[in-house]
Ligand binder design. Structure first.
Ligand code: ADP
Ligand code: ZN
Length: 531
């Protein structure tokens, strides 16, 4: 039985100090640990570096039995176990890299209740026999780390995580053992998925524990992807001696960019899954130990990398979704000092990714990826605070613009776009809401291409009504209108423009619209400039 509150609190603090050397809890840790000790299910959302591990490692010490931690990365498991053992905590792991001998020793230690924490890879946990084996010992708690891996909507879905729902099976599982699920990344959708998959019994009035995801010391900026290489070298010249990561989408571009940087006199090393293990490890070590400033990497780089002084994170290519972007930029500024996160964006990248997605065979996956890509693009094209946009995506509302992103610091020029918006909406309407952006713009700009002639759309009133803008400019206006909800898109395979309530209001003249000046367009000078 638990002791009364005051002495429980005292025990928690003395354990924290004795085993981990800390004197106080981070935000939320104490409340979470209390719930765990009361054998409640708990769901923890905390950004990377927030101190999630403590939320199950400390209870493990205070509970009777062994805490089983499910963790997807075998390489990280070993580090965690070593760390715990260094603190005098009996810990072990079970995974495929161990010898039969090691495996047997771990099993014996578990059965004899000599362990406090046991890390298990999900594939191993769900292998026939493992649950039955665990039942022979005493499990105090299941901790599901990186719980977003359970959701197809997460950025890192792992099919073997799906099977974790068997933990709650009344016969083969452990319906009475509490579960703590932890993740650094979960949108509302992923959250719901985790809760229902793991059948977490969260108190309805409380729900998950959500720490703020706002990383105030990260500065966010999006730049057009044009003279990218010279912009990057300019940047690096101005930030000599600082550590940074440059993310690229493919192994080839990592190699190519690293070479070009080296030739231009910068010390940079590549990191991607195509390198040998030893080369990858060596490059990573050199970066972590400040022997080299710049690492050029694919997304293979980062999971579990704990380097505190990363001062910039540059994205040379468009990430596939905002969660990945948040995770990747999240590797910067972990010491709390400023870090600049700069993303180079072009629509061409979007089409490249769309093409990759179209190659997928699973329809559901395809749809999910396309929605996520659209949100990523919207972030790049937005003309409001990037941090607000990013946090909104994670279901967190920031009441004020942040003052630490490019949109806040250098707002883009805007103009009264009411007429332009009306023209575009009218055209969509005249086309019976059955065509995509490119076609609509072709009509607006008076194209007489074959398809338009076949459809007799050169006879529409809208045909040629938008000659004041080029096609490119219309594209930027249209995507802004879509991103800000003035127009809808439906269908994922052949996205079609549709009117929504807002579009109708604009048509009726009930709404004024302010749009960002597309490149190459300057609104007519006002009277004040008259001589
Ligand atoms: P996460 O898993 O959320 O990324 P970790 O569990 O790795 O974060 O914790 C990040 C760092 O914070 C670790 O170095 C950990 O030792 C430290 N930490 C955790 N809790 C506390 C605390 N209460 N006081 C000080 N440092 C802490
Ligand atoms: Zn901002």
């Amino acid at each position: 039985e638990l002791e009364p509150m005051p002495s429980l609190s005292a025990r928690m603090h003395s354990t924290l100090h004795q085993y981990f050397g800390y004197t106080s809890f981070r935000p939320l840790q104490e409340a979470i640990i209390r719930d765990v000790l009361e054998r409640k299910d708990v769901f923890v959302l905390m950004p990377t570096g927030g101190g999630k591990s403590m939320c199950y490692q400390l209870p493990a010490l205070l509970m009777e039995g062994v805490t089983v931690v499910v963790s997807p990365l075998i390489s990280l498991m070993k580090d965690q176990v070593d760390g715990l053992e260094a603190n005098g905590i009996a810990a072990a792991c079970m995974n495929s890299t161990q010898s039969a001998r090691e495996n047997r020793d771990v099993k014996t230690a578990f059965l004899e209740n000599r362990l406090k924490v046991l890390y298990v890879a999900p594939e191993r946990l769900m292998m026939p026999g493992t649950l039955a084996f665990l039942k022979k010992g005493k499990v105090s708690l299941f901790a599901i780390d990186e719980a977003h891996c359970i959701s197809e909507w997460g950025h890192d879905f792992r099919p073997e995580y799906r099977k974790l729902k068997l933990l709650r099976d009344p016969k083969t599982g452990f319906p009475d053992i509490p579960i703590i699920a932890l993740t650094a990344t979960a949108t509302e959708r992923v959250r719901e998925d985790i809760i229902s998959q793991l059948n977490l019994h969260l108190p309805p009035e409380k729900g998950p524990y959500v720490a703020s995801f706002n990383r105030k010391n990260l500065y966010y900026e999006v730049r057009p992807k044009k003279e990218t290489f010279s912009e990057i070298t300019d940047y690096l010249r101005r930030h000599r001696g600082e550590a940074g990561i440059i993310y690229c989408q493919s192994r080839n571009s990592v190699e190519a960019l690293t070479k070009k940087l080296n030739i231009a006199g910068f010390r940079a090393l590549p990191y991607h899954a195509g390198l040998s293990d030893s080369e990858r490890n060596r490059n990573q070590e050199m970066f972590i130990k400040d022997d080299v400033d710049i690492i050029v990497a694919t997304i293979a780089f980062g999971m579990g990398i704990d380097k505190s002084n990363v001062r910039f994170v540059i994205h040379y290519d468009l990430p596939r979704n905002l969660e990945s972007y948040y995770q990747e930029t999240g590797r910067g500024g972990r010491d709390g000092s400023p870090c600049e996160c700069i993303l180079f964006f072009s629509r061409g990248d979007r089409f490249k990714i769309e093409y990759f997605i179209s190659q997928k065979t699973n329809e559901k996956e395809k749809d999910i990826s396309l929605v996520q890509l659209r949100q990523m693009v919207a972030y790049c094209e937005v003309n409001k605070c990037r941090r607000q946009t990013l946090m909104e995506y994670f279901g967190e509302e920031l009441p004020e613009p942040c003052g630490n992103c490019d949109c806040c610091l250098t707002p883009k020029d805007t103009f009264d776009g009411t007429e332009a918006a009306k023209k575009l909406i009218t055209c969509v309407q005249e086309l019976n809401q059955r065509f995509g952006t490119n076609y609509v713009i072709d009509v607006l700009t008076g194209s007489k291409n074959k398809k338009i002639r076949q459809n007799r759309h050169e006879r529409l009133k809208s045909h040629g009504s938008g000659l004041e803008f080029t096609k490119e400019q219309w594209k930027s206006l249209a995507s802004e209108m879509i991103n800000t909800g003035l127009l809808d898109v439906s269908g994922t395979k052949y996205p079609v423009l549709k009117l929504n309530a807002m579009s109708r209001k604009i048509l009726k003249g009930l709404e004024q619209v302010e749009l960002v000046c597309p490149e190459g367009f300057a609104p007519e000078a006002e009277e004040s400039f008259m001589p």
